[in-house]
Design a protein around this ligand. Structure first.
Ligand code: ADP
Length: 668
């Protein structure tokens, strides 16, 4: 174990963030507060992102592929040297838990704002992390984390653990390579598939086996340590709202926390941190079994977490500042007794993804992004209005954090903010987040890590017809005004003015695969709109900023409408953010799926093209592996045939709908 010697306090005068997006902006904010000169690095796709302008200086470091930019250690170190930088903050993801990078910084006389490299490497493998914690009497989930990975051994150990059990990639992270096994009949196949996924994701197929905690809750403790052997915890966060083992909503304190439990878990967290001489910010993750009131160590995240703002909200501390001070060699100026939480904080992660369509990542331009003001609100945004969500990185748009006097106050405020956040131009998970926050089971706090996967259920297709009708009315009014802009409609038209232009017109929109027909006609100073059996009187009551005040049957509400080609994005408090596609005026024949033609389902990068022209394929064969926003998917053959032509190559980035290959299905 490392022997950390503190020679002296070395003030940090300048800092480079080896990261992008909201976390880079977040770190720059603390740099400004502390009077530290800051430098950003950015890739091609990020040139116009807000974080680039948030630093004193920003340096272009390369192409979009992370290996060319945010993961390229040599380039980053060389920029730091050129710019005479004292310290590098790695943010989260990318190089943040990379012991080799931390060591490289030290070797180049640059302070790494994070723990010492031995702490990172000892926690890099779930197997060694568990063994180390076991040796220090930190409770771990019962299971197997041995070196012998022989199938017979794994099978026997798994049977010993019993079902339900969880297979995990020893080198794992991000939920990859995890398999729940509920029936021993499925064990061997699950082991093989977890090994395959682990090998492809981490280049290492070793597994660990754990008892699966059925009604588990993910509770983690924020840790801060210094180079003088002091470690404190900054209370807990609950992150049980997860999808595919990834956090969606986090809160602090945990709704199930009691003072005696906090004491027990906090002490275990500190014991775990001391076991690795932890000397910066980190997180001790536990799974808590409410039925038995037992908790078990899961892993240590040796970095700043995405969800750190909820801890900052309730403790009033700036964790990035604490990180920087510890990295400078300063002793912590706080004691455990000084740490207390005030009120309640919740964070949601707003992503460009289609929650109604299996959470497919979405790219595109966020034309309008605006979060309403309220007390206790904090927005950590990766973008601004006009920013593009690119295919290369995590599709996070923003983190929204609210702080309230108690949990119900915080949740009410979060629902208020999510209802009023305008995010137009692409599809997001905003509606999904809102529905979780308003779900009674979540409000009651009685959820487990399985809640979103098993119990919640979500479909975007359940918007009521009247809500969709209102969005269609707003889009129609917007389009109509745009076409007739010069005429200063509707209010100022002399009443009774008529010409053939005001004969009935109609528009057709598609919303969530539903078709909606809008018939409209201008009559004196109102637009008379019919949708199905209903007729509405619509007036335009003026605009303010980008809000249109639309009066629908005597009720006025602001609507925000963005139009790009056939796409209309509409926001109002009642409709949320809705995407409508308008049908062409002269209807074109519906595009039919052409047999044997494979187009990209989303913007993506080609990871591997598995076939060549002339090759015979069978239905179900893996043709192409694509990757979009860090998620890999396999395009399989839908029928037998011979590959006629391929149009893409490995590593190529393509837009949605682009032709990838053709298969001749006739001559098979
Ligand atoms: P990763 O590093 O891939 O994120 P973790 O070990 O942190 O993997 O686990 C991710 C999530 O999986 C946890 O937050 C928890 O919801 C669930 N999980 C992990 N281990 C167990 C377990 N033994 N029983 C039940 N759920 C678990």
């Amino acid at each position: 174990m490392a022997n950390i010697k503190v020679k002296e306090i070395k003030p940090i005068e300048s800092l480079l963030v080896a990261n992008r997006g909201e976390i880079a902006s977040r770190v720059f904010r603390t740099c400004r507060k502390m009077g530290i000169r800051s430098v950003a690095v950015f890739s091609e796709a990020d040139r116009h992102m807000p974080f680039v302008g948030d630093a004193d200086e920003a340096v272009f470091i390369g192409e979009n592929a992370p290996s060319e930019s945010y993961l390229n250690m040599d380039k980053i170190i060389s920029v730091a040297k050129q710019k005479n930088i004292d310290a590098i903050h790695p943010g989260y993801g990318f190089l943040s838990e990379n012991a080799a990078f931390a060591q490289k910084c030290i070797d180049n006389d640059i302070i790494f704002v994070g723990p010492h490299p031995d702490a990172i490497s000892s926690m890099g493998s779930k197997a060694t992390a568990k063994a180390l914690m076991q040796a220090h009497d930190v409770p771990v989930v019962p299971g197997y984390n041995g070196d012998d990975q022989d199938m017979a051994v794994l099978m026997a150990e798994a049977k010993g653990v019993g079902v339900p059990l969880l297979l995990k990639a020893a080198a794992g992270g991000g939920g990859k390579g995890m398999r729940i096994v509920r029936d021993l009949e499925d064990l061997e196949q699950a082991i093989r598939s977890a090994q395959r996924e682990s090998l492809s994701a981490f280049g290492d197929d070793r597994l660990i086996i754990e008892k699966y905690i059925e009604s588990g809750r993910h509770i983690e403790f924020q840790i801060i340590g210094d180079k003088h052997g002091h470690v404190l915890h900054l209370l807990e966060r609950e992150c049980s709202l997860q999808r595919r083992y990834q956090k969606v909503i986090e809160e602090s304190p945990s709704p199930v926390m009691t003072e005696p439990l906090r004491k027990r878990m906090g002490a275990a967290a500190i014991k775990a941190a001391k076991a690795i001489q932890y000397d910066n910010a980190g997180t001790m993750e536990f799974i808590y079994d409410k039925d038995s009131d037992e908790f078990y160590f899961l892993e240590v995240n040796t970095r700043l977490q995405v969800e750190h703002p909820v801890t900052e909200a309730i403790t009033g501390l700036d964790i990035v500042q604490l990180q920087i001070e510890s990295a400078e060699g300063k002793p912590l100026s706080l004691y455990q007794e000084d740490i207390s939480g005030s009120g309640y904080a919740v964070e949601v992660r707003l992503y460009a993804e289609d929650a109604g369509n299996n959470f497919t990542p979405v790219t595109g331009r966020i034309v309008h992004f605006e979060v309403p003001h309220t007390d206790g609100l904090r927005v950590e945004s990766a973008i601004r209005s006009g920013s593009d969500i690119s295919v290369f990185y995590d599709p996070m748009i923003a983190k929204i954090i609210v702080h309230g006097s108690d949990r119900s106050d915080a949740l009410r405020k979060m629902a208020y903010v999510l209802r009023r956040t305008i995010c137009l131009g692409t599809v997001t998970n905003q509606d999904y987040l809102l529905r979780i926050v308003e779900d009674q089971r979540f409000i009651d706090g009685a959820y487990t890590t399985q809640f979103l996967n098993k119990d919640f259920g979500y479909s975007r297709n359940d918007d009521s017809t009247s809500v969709i009708a209102k969005a269609a009315i707003a889009a129609t009014l917007y389009g109509w005004r745009k076409r007739n802009g010069a005429r200063k409609l509707l209010k100022s038209l002399p009443s009774g003015w008529r010409n053939s232009f005001y004969a009935p017109q109609h528009d057709t929109y598609f919303v969530n695969k539903e078709m909606i027909n809008v018939q409209y006609r201008y009559q004196s100073d109102v637009l008379s709109v019919s949708i199905g059996e209903q007729t509405h009187k619509i007036r335009y009551n003026g605009a303010e900023g980008s809000a249109l005040y639309v009066e629908i049957d005597d009720m006025v509400t602001p609507y925000y409408v963005i139009n790009s080609g056939q796409n209309y994005f509409v926001h109002s408090i009642e409709t949320g953010n809705l995407h409508l596609t308008k049908q062409d005026r002269l209807p074109v024949k519906e595009k039919e799926a052409v047999p044997g033609v494979y187009a990209s389902p989303m913007p993506c990068t080609i990871v591997k093209l598995n076939v060549k022209p002339g090759q015979r394929v069978k239905s179900g064969d893996a043709l192409i592996i694509i990757s979009s926003m860090k998620m890999e998917s396999i395009i399989t053959a839908t029928s037998d045939g011979i590959v006629e032509e391929t149009y893409v190559a490995d590593n190529q980035s393509i837009e949605a709908g682009m032709l990838m290959l053709k298969i001749n299905e006739k001559d098979n």
